[in-house]
Design a binder for this molecule. Structure first.
Ligand code: AMP
Length: 223
């Protein structure tokens, strides 16, 4: 019997670096709960909640949502899963958000997907998403089984409004100025692990091996 302590991880990387895909694989292989700030915001927009309506223009313009809103949103989700191991994707995106997270939880590991900006610009223009689940496909290297439709639900795929070339440039700029300092923050705490590459399928085995050294895969786990 393997009893695991609670493991708390963050995944970082520029928009389009493969965080969503790698997070889904981590969640499946190691049983961590996947919390995606972008998916939570998009679900709010889709459901036309007050928060969703307020945040939509920020997101569509490639700007970050306000720190206090994001910290409250994510921390309240995390409180609801206090006894679970989790992986947060898309939060924290600023040093102020990392401090808010730190005040509530200590993070065991921060996985950073270090993918060159040129690769990302190219990739985002061929990215298609199942908006409700956040599942992503790429017409070049990870196409859906039926073009234009989600493999799991069969529902139509869409291009995200914020994947246009101008918005992508703005999101990468926001990443450089506001999110890169978060990497320094975690480096100084000794929890940052960097995985570099241009293809998710080549980066993944390294992430998987690293997590194997920290965690047991789900099949050995006893809940
Ligand atoms: P993502 O799917 O993670 O790329 O997030 C899509 C958009 O949601 C971002 O471009 C931001 O506008 C917003 N967003 C997501 N997470 C955060 C966050 N932690 N702080 C501020 N804005 C965020």
């Amino acid at each position: 019997m393997v009893i695991q302590r609670i493991f708390r991880a963050v995944i970082m990387g520029p928009p389009g670096s493969g965080k969503g895909t790698v997070s889904a694989r981590i969640a499946k292989t190691f049983g961590l709960k996947h919390v995606s700030s972008g998916d939570i915001l998009r679900a709010n927009i889709e459901a036309q909640t007050e928060l969703g309506l307020l945040m939509k223009s920020c997101i569509d313009q490639g700007q970050l949502a306000p720190d206090d809103v994001m910290s409250r949103l994510i921390l309240s989700d995390l409180r609801a899963m206090d006894r679970s191991s989790w992986l947060i994707d898309g939060f924290p995106r600023t040093v102020s958000q990392s401090e808010a997270l730190d005040d509530a939880y200590s993070v065991d590991t921060v996985i950073n997907l270090n993918v060159p900006f040129e690769t990302i610009k190219q990739r985002l223009s061929s990215r298609w998403t199942h908006l409700l689940s956040g599942r992503v496909y790429n017409v070049d290297f990870n196409p859906p089984k039926v073009p234009g439709f989600d493999d799991v639900t069969g529902e139509p795929l869409a291009q995200r409004d914020d994947d246009t070339p101008e918005t992508v440039t703005r999101r990468l700029k926001a990443y450089q100025t506001q999110t890169e300092p978060v990497l320094e923050y975690y480096r100084s705490k000794g929890v940052l692990e960097i995985f570099s590459g241009t293809e998710t399928n080549k980066i993944w085995p390294h992430v998987e091996a690293f997590l194997h050294s920290k965690l047991s895969p789900i099949k050995q786990k006893v809940s």
